[in-house]
Design a protein around this ligand. Structure first.
Ligand code: SF4
Length: 254
């Protein structure tokens, strides 16, 4: 129960921080911190304290977010759905937040939603998404065993690369997602993601296949699946990058 209270306290603190960062974007404020604390049901039942367990407690899953963090992701998704912080909101059908498992050790970050993503409200559901799914399953993960999101949450017109100011406006959502999930490895898909995760300067060269870090999390930068659809000869180096990711995670190489 103490853990639960601590988790809720941490969630409220993080939400306050994100409220500050997102406060200027015209979205409803979040009022978790204004609610009076109510006793939990288990507190009212006056149940005697359980005897201490003697068997060893299994190790927690790596990067498993507590309920507070899962709640934070839901709040961020609601804020992204109502966000008008950059011009990309004008052409969207809906914002596209993420898909997959937030308790994962592996997160993929792409560029932005395309036509199919904008229609369905999910990232990587077109042809590039089908290729990414094959890459994920080839690594030994279930399709939805990883977390997939983008630098910007709204579709740029004609699928152009997001402008720096658009990526900057959307950054609190991406940093909030990564901060909540805290995976062991992030894969940056394409130059846009690599630049916005601080892995390469704008226009810099030699970024693919390099390890870097983002807020203490290992980052592998590799090519975007949409680029691989146009240039399949680069699938081999990308597979090398993904095998390096598996080595970093200590997982078997298929
Ligand atoms: S792209 Fe991001 S910052 Fe721009 S309107 Fe959409 S959610 Fe807001």
């Amino acid at each position: 129960m103490e853990d639960e209270r601590q988790a809720l306290l941490e969630a409220a603190q993080e939400l306050l921080r994100w409220e500050e960062e997102l406060g200027g974007i015209g979205v409803p404020s979040f009022e978790l911190e204004a609610r009076p604390a109510e006793p939990l049901a288990v507190e009212r039942q006056l149940v005697p304290a359980p005897k201490p367990r003697v068997e060893p407690v299994p190790a927690a899953e790596p990067a498993a977010p507590n309920e507070g963090r899962a709640h934070l992701l839901r709040v961020l998704q609601e804020k992204a759905a109502a966000c008008t912080a950059c011009v990309l909101h004008e052409g969207r059908n809906q914002s596209v937040f993420a898909r997959g498992n937030p308790k994962t050790d592996l997160v993929f970050v792409g560029e932005g939603p395309g036509y199919h993503e904008d229609q369905q409200g999910l990232p990587f559901v077109g042809n590039a998404g089908a290729l990414l799914d094959r890459m994920v399953t080839a690594m030994g993960y279930p399709r939805d065993g990883v977390y997939i999101c983008n630098v910007v949450k709204c579709r740029p017109p004609q699928n152009r690369t997001p402008k720096p100011e658009e990526a900057g406006s959307c950054k609190p959502f991406l940093t909030g997602q990564l901060d909540a999930i805290r995976p062991r490895v992030i894969v940056a898909l394409g130059r846009c993601a690599a630049e916005n995760l601080g892995q390469v300067e704008p226009g810099g060269r030699g970024w693919r296949g390099r390890w870097g870090t983002y807020e203490g999390i290992d980052v592998m930068s590799t090519y975007h699946p949409a680029f691989l659809l146009r240039s399949p000869q680069f699938k081999k180096p990308v597979w090398q990058d993904l095998k390096n990711v598996l080595r970093k995670l200590g997982k078997p190489i298929p």
